[in-house]
Design a protein around this ligand. Structure first.
Ligand code: TPP
Ligand code: SF4
Length: 335
């Protein structure tokens, strides 16, 4: 990443802490995510003035106020569109989108999928608490079937989105999942997202302790998580359990749990065309929840293609004159 002028070369976590009062509820998982982002940013070798955090609307979308970089708290669901515009005109910037499950998948669903397919070199962190937090506890597109909330008093009758499956379906080149309080894992996913050249999508399971407390408890509780989390590591067998005694293998076109000692336990491959889709479909109670990088593949970035096209057009036709273009052709004056 090219660097503009920076007054300071060695940055620390403190450089990324702002003077703003944090308005999240005490105990919210957003604090843990903020802490890990602030831990990783100084390690990335990017001048602070080259980071930009762009968000939509929601508790999670207050993030840009709390990270001491350039930032933009934008319009509900539209952060990917604004990030797209910025990255095309300023490709040297490190652009991060922070969004919630409501912001990204309800009002912003369309913007999200198009950013993913276009493959700009941006990072999208989706904080998934499976509820609308800011508006006080309505169901969201990731709330489970039957979920009783203020807006679904008799239980949700919508089938939920699986954000990882959705991102893979949009042909995202990097798709990962982590959880708010798994500090080391989350740091690693943030670093991997940054290193990826293309749109990096990270679903971060986040506890909303006010309106959906304990939604991911089995993935974070020290006693239980070994049996409920399947860590995905490229080139390593898919095994889990307290003694790492269980594995995942293929039977026909389906995955199944088997003994880790079975010879056909699958070795994870982030570049496999099919495996990430199958892994994304693994859900409790039958399966553990996969955390880690599902998919990481290369594809040209949108901003590079756009800029190449602009150069070719300028070579062929010259720089152009916008005012002249507006006046050209079939125009008229009204009034
Ligand atoms: C155009 C518009 N529609 C609806 C709202 C109300 N609203 C604000 S935030 C939000 C959803 C927030 O949920 P999520 O993205 O999951 O974020 P969280 O607060 O849980 O972090 C909604 C529906 C709004 N502010 N603007
Ligand atoms: S309502 Fe939930 S998501 Fe919002 S700040 Fe409070 S705990 Fe966090």
């Amino acid at each position: 990443m090219s660097a503009a002028s920076s007054t300071k070369t060695t940055l620390t976590r403190k450089d990324f802490v702002t003077d703003q009062d944090v308005r999240w509820c005490p105990g919210c998982g957003d604090y843990a995510i903020l802490a890990q982002v602030q831990k990783v940013l100084p390690e990335l070798g990017v001048p602070r003035e080259n980071f930009v955090f762009i968000s939509g609307i929601g508790c999670s979308s207050r993030f840009p106020y709390y990270v001491n970089t350039y930032g933009f708290h934008t319009i509900h669901g539209r952060a990917p569109a604004i990030a797209t515009g910025l990255k095309v005109v300023r490709p040297e910037l490190s652009v991060w989108v922070v969004t919630g499950d409501g912001d990204a998948l309800s009002i912003g669903g369309n913007h999200l999928i198009h950013a993913l397919r276009r493959n700009l070199d941006i990072n999208i962190l989706l904080f998934n608490n499976r509820i609308y937090g800011l508006t006080k506890g309505q169901y969201s597109p990731t709330s489970e079937f039957g979920k009783v909330t203020k807006s679904t008093p008799m239980g949700a009758i919508d089938h939920p989105f699986n954000p990882v499956s959705l991102a893979l379906g949009a042909d995202a080149t990097f798709v990962a999942r982590s959880v708010d309080v798994d500090a080391r894992h989350l740091q690693e996913m943030i670093r991997r997202a940054f290193d990826h050249k293309g749109t990096a999508f990270v679903e971060i399971l986040q506890n909303c302790n006010i309106f959906n407390d304990g939604a991911f408890e089995e993935l974070t509780d020290k006693e239980r998580k070994a049996d409920h989390v399947l860590y995905l590591e490229h080139g390593k067998p898919l095994v889990f359990g307290k003694q790492r005694e269980k594995g995942i293998r293929m039977r026909g076109h389906r995955l199944e749990v088997c003994a880790a000692s079975e010879p056909d336990v699958i070795v994870h491959d982030e570049k496999d065309p099919l495996l990430p889709f199958l892994l994304a479909s693994l859900e409790p109670p039958v399966f553990p929840t996969p955390l880690g990088v599902f998919r990481a593949v290369e594809r040209p970035t949108y901003e590079q293609a756009a800029r190449n096209q602009i150069s070719v057009a300028k070579e062929k036709f010259g720089s152009g004159d916008l005012a002249e273009l507006f006046r050209r052709g079939d125009t008229w004056t009204s009034g």
